[in-house]
Structure formats: structure tokens, C-alpha cells
Design a protein around this ligand. Structure first.
Ligand code: C5J
Length: 216
């Protein structure tokens, strides 16, 4: 059983019951000119995750292990978007890459470098958490997944919400510090600390080179 040097203590996992979750690596969050940048955010804080995540994906795929991608977004008629989220603005409006966070639009899709392969699962989610109103629980049950390696953006929003949901559903989560990103350096630091605090209250934290080394 591989073990990864992690905080707060080593993370052991079984190859037959682990899956990689890649959360919301979408153009609208990551690319200059997209929704994220239009809100005044520094997208470089997110795009720095693309390179380590590409390397991790290559290693992960070489072992034939499952990869699940998620995308935050809504139906074109926005019927799955809570009025409270709509009222905050942005969603469904015309952005540089099409209607913001609407399924089928260019900006809603995943950045080219991390494009899902045809055999990989893509979960479209209306909320921050990947379990809310999606088929993720069923997918993980079918795969016999017990442990999740969690990557993506943003650390304190969709990554945190998903890790908390997963934790309550009995999954062990390893969050990779260099493969998750926040627009806010302080939230990145504290967000990761919160995962591993109190003996790993939500999970474990390591970096991707350490995980890749443990795989080989
Ligand atoms: C946000 C996300 N931040 N994927 N979405 O709205 O974290």
C-alpha cells in the first residue's frame, strides 16, 4: 500500500480504491479575460496549478487510475441556479468566453492543458460542492472508491466544500497543495491549514511530487 508523506501524518492508500478529483479547472476561473479576472482577481494564483496538475495527470493516467473532473455551471435556462446565486450577478450574463458559467459555453469548459480524456468522467455541478445535486456518489460507489486525491480551484470555495462533503460521506481526502489554488494567498494558506488541523479534521495535505514519488 503506497504511503505519502503528508500533514498531519502519512496518507496510505490502495490503488484499487483511490480516485483523482479535478475540481472546476475551467477557463472562466483560470484564463485572463474570464469571469474570475472580471471580478478583479489575480488569475495567476490559479494558473500556477496547471503545470503540476498536468504532470500529476500524466502519472495518474499511466497507472490507469480513475480521474473525475468537475465543472461548476448551469443549464442555459438557469433553472438549476438558486435565485440567491443569480442575484449576486454574473451567472448567465455575457462574458468574454460566452455566457458565464453556462454549460456548453467556451468559458465553462476545462482549460486545454487539462482536457478530460474520452474515458474520464466529467461531473457538471450547479453548486460549490461536487456531491450536491450530482451523480458523484453513485460514480464513486461504482468505482469502489474510498479515498480521494483532491485538486482544482478554488481552495477555499469548491475544493473546501467538496472535501467537507466527502469527509461527511466517509471518504479519506488527500489535498495537494500545489494543485489547488485560491485567488487569495491568505485563503490558500489558511484553507490548507484548516484541512489538516486537529489531527486531520477534513483530511491530509501533501504536494504532487511527493504523491507521484509514492506511486512509483
Ligand atoms: C467559485 C469555485 N469560486 N470553483 N467556484 O465560485 O471555487
Amino acid at each position: 500500500m503506497p504511503a505519502v508523506d503528508a500533514q498531519p501524518h502519512p496518507f496510505s492508500f490502495a490503488l484499487e480504491s483511490v480516485a483523482l478529483l479535478v475540481i472546476d479547472m475551467q477557463r472562466d476561473f483560470l484564463l485572463p479575460g474570464g469571469f474570475g479576472e472580471s471580478l478583479g482577481n489575480d488569475v495567476a494564483q490559479l494558473s500556477r496549478t496547471i503545470e503540476p496538475l498536468s504532470a500529476l495527470l500524466a502519472a495518474w493516467r499511466s497507472y490507469g487510475l480513475p480521474v473525475i473532473h468537475t465543472r461548476e455551471g448551469h443549464l442555459p435556462d438557469l433553472s438549476d441556479c438558486p435565485p440567491s446565486k443569480l442575484a449576486r450577478g454574473g451567472i448567465g450574463e455575457k462574458g468574454a468566453f460566452g455566457r458565464i458559467l453556462v454549460r456548453g459555453e467556451y468559458g465553462h469548459d476545462i482549460v486545454d492543458e487539462l482536457a478530460p480524456r474520452d474515458d474520464e468522467i466529467v461531473i457538471d455541478k450547479p453548486g460549490k460542492g461536487a456531491f450536491y445535486a450530482t451523480e458523484l456518489s453513485d460514480v464513486l460507489e461504482k468505482l469502489n472508491t474510498k479515498q480521494l486525491v483532491v485538486t482544482g480551484v478554488t481552495t477555499e470555495v469548491c475544493v473546501h466544500t467538496t472535501v467537507r462533503e466527502a469527509n461527511d460521506r466517509g471518504f479519506d481526502c488527500l489535498v495537494l497543495s500545489d494543485c489547488v489554488g485560491s485567488y487569495f494567498p491568505e485563503f490558500q494558506r489558511v484553507g490548507l491549514q484548516m484541512i489538516a488541523a486537529q489531527g486531520g479534521i477534513f483530511g491530509w495535505v501533501a504536494d504532487s511530487p511527493t504523491l507521484i514519488a509514492a506511486l512509483s
